[in-house]
Write a protein that binds this ligand. Sequence first.
Ligand SMILES: Cc1cc2nc3c(=O)[nH]c(=O)nc-3n(C[C@H](O)[C@H](O)[C@H](O)COP(=O)(O)OP(=O)(O)OC[C@H]3O[C@@H](n4cnc5c(N)ncnc54)[C@H](O)[C@@H]3O)c2cc1C
Length: 284
Amino acid sequence: METSFYHPTSLQDAINILGRNDNMVLVNGGSDVILNIVAKKIDPAGLVYLRDIQELNYIFEDDEYVHFGGNITFRQMLASPICQRIGGLRKAIEAVGSPAIRAVATPSGNIATAAPAADCATMLLALRAEVVLVSEDGERIIPQNEIYLGAYKTKIKENEIIKEIRFPKLKDRMGSGYVRISRRKAQDIAKIIVGATISLDEQARCNAATISLGALNSTAVRASSIENQLIGLEQDEAILYAENNFPIEAGLRDSYFKEYKKNVLCDAVAQAIKMAFLEAKGDK
Ligand SMILES: Cc1cc2nc3c(=O)[nH]c(=O)nc-3n(C[C@H](O)[C@H](O)[C@H](O)COP(=O)(O)OP(=O)(O)OC[C@H]3O[C@@H](n4cnc5c(N)ncnc54)[C@H](O)[C@@H]3O)c2cc1C
């Protein structure tokens, strides 16, 4: 079967194409989707290329949120002073693939693919991201922690486009952390990913925390069992707690790396927490 190629230049055009045709697949950087086509995992009737849609190409912050458009690449994010200030996010993006991959690949694709070991998507989960979806039925917003149905499965419908990803701005005395464990530094799938944010009170005690875990379950998950226990703790107390308490949310799928992951996960969580504390104190 022949595959049609569409390259809409407006969001409305893209919405119309998805509304008129069945079995369309959106292509952003193509770093996941093209491999799936080559491997014959999918056989779309048409490809809808999103990169000519300029209105999906933005990063800005307002009083409440950091917003980035649906076709912003990792390289564009790294070039943005907004992302540079958020150490955990910066590290997560730097971890994705290689400069060539980051020049084309997007956070939208990272979330929509829903791979278990998705670097940026795991950090965005800790940042409490929300996904803004549009289709001919209108717009809806799904918190990222409700979007996953399982490995490589999301609630995003066939006719929906990620218009924007946004997350609440990190306020004063808030910081972020990110730790990735893999066999090699570059071009290797992570064995463990931890994202964290910490908010401090005036005495530098934690008054809110988020922890996300990737590469351990079928999808990235929040570790609320640890988050809740950090409230009221100073940096050293929080690190000690994390070092000694295994997150019950970590699924630890059966694999060759299971024992290894079990042994190093607590340390990885503790390191991410430390990084977030230091950023929150302005001591990066
Ligand atoms: C060599 C190599 C190394 C890699 N290394 C890493 C790594 O270290 N860490 C990591 O996390 N990933 C890695 N990846 C995977 C991949 O690069 C990421 O998942 C990337 O974020 C995908 O983004 P993309 O824009 O290329 O998505 P695409 O391949 O264009 O699309 C992926 C999926 O998302 C959907 N999609 C894309 N944009 C939208 C939108 N706006 N609205 C709705 N659906 C959309 C597509 O339809 C498709 O289903 C690697 C891939 C390669 C080839």
